[in-house]
Design a binder for this molecule. Structure first.
Ligand SMILES: [Zn+2]
Length: 294
């Protein structure tokens, strides 16, 4: 069982006024039934989720509190459901102008290239993959068609390929400490120089390796989700100011968090970052990541 705590910490009703434009580059959106399955999984194996909201409620919750733009992420945990999830995400984007939606596909599934093509034609702006949920290694042969599709359509790829949080609730066939090594990512960055990749959670927990990769490769971004908040024990998170300033994006993992929705951005405010650095993290880096020009 798990020892994660649900925090009942204070939440504000608005973003602090000191921030101008805020893009949350890591928000999860799923159809109701999938969310319910995810919540059951989290209740059993991971932290308790404080905001059990539907996707339209999530959009309303964040935008009414001052978040200007949301990058919506989802992932297919098995073959055969990506089309349905992508259609759902595209519908949400039509209803919510502040939402930029990404596509999903299960690596290796039949017609993966067609699934992505259709998703991009629906207007989805990138692809999200999660190595722990989808059991892939970055150097699996089936990954190349996904990387190539992103390159061909000039779409960025958000790929959870950090080793952590490793969770025994996943029926791992391979250890993420093997499949998710930073040097495997380096191979992809080298082989696909025009493929923009964002690794969430600052690459947890290989923070030093990701700091080095950011400096060496212009096609790598990271997001801050859940690593600035001092919730996951044992992470030796680097100082944000030590990371490449044009490659870090603010993201929260909302709604799948166990603490107040604004914890992370209030934490960011306490770091007393220079205004231009903050503006990059909160807005400009995400805009560049999502832009189609390289
Ligand atoms: Zn997430």
């Amino acid at each position: 069982m798990n020892n994660w705590l649900l925090l009942d910490d204070y939440e504000d009703k608005r973003l602090p006024d000191s921030f101008s434009i805020v893009i949350d580059a890591h928000v999860h959106l799923f159809p109701d039934g999938v969310f319910q399955a995810i919540w059951r999984w989290f209740d059993q194996f991971a932290w308790p989720i404080r905001y059990k909201l539907t996707s339209p409620q999530i959009m309303e919750f964040l935008t009414s509190r001052g978040v200007d733009r949301i990058l919506g992420l989802h992932y297919a945990h098995k073959p055969g459901i990506a089309r349905q999830l992508n259609t759902y995400m595209a519908g949400l984007c039509r209803d919510h102008p502040k939402l930029t939606g990404t596509a999903t596909v299960f690596p290796g599934e039949k017609n993966a290239v067609d699934i992505l093509k259709e998703a991009f034609e629906l207007g989805l702006a990138g692809v999200k993959l999660h190595a722990h949920v989808q059991y892939f290694a970055m150097d699996d042969p089936v990954m190349h068609e996904i990387y190539e599709s992103c390159v061909n359509y000039s779409k960025p790829l958000i790929m959870h390929v950090g080793r952590e949080p490793k969770n025994h609730g996943f029926p791992y066939q391979r250890d993420p400490y093997e499949t998710c090594k930073a040097d495997k990512l380096e191979r992809v960055l080298k082989d696909y120089p025009s493929l923009k990749i964002c690794v969430p959670h600052l690459g947890a927990d290989e923070f030093d390796q990701y700091k080095r990769l950011l400096e060496g490769y212009d096609n790598l971004w990271v997001d801050t989700a859940m690593v600035l908040v001092d919730y996951v024990p044992g992470f030796k998170v680097p100082k944000l100011t030590e990371l490449r300033s044009d490659r870090v994006m603010f993201g929260t993992d909302f709604p799948n968090i166990p603490y107040a929705w604004d914890t992370e951005i209030r934490q960011l405010g306490k770091l007393q970052l220079r205004d231009d650095f903050l503006e990059k993290i909160l807005e400009r880096n995400a805009i560049e990541f999502l832009s189609t020009s390289a």
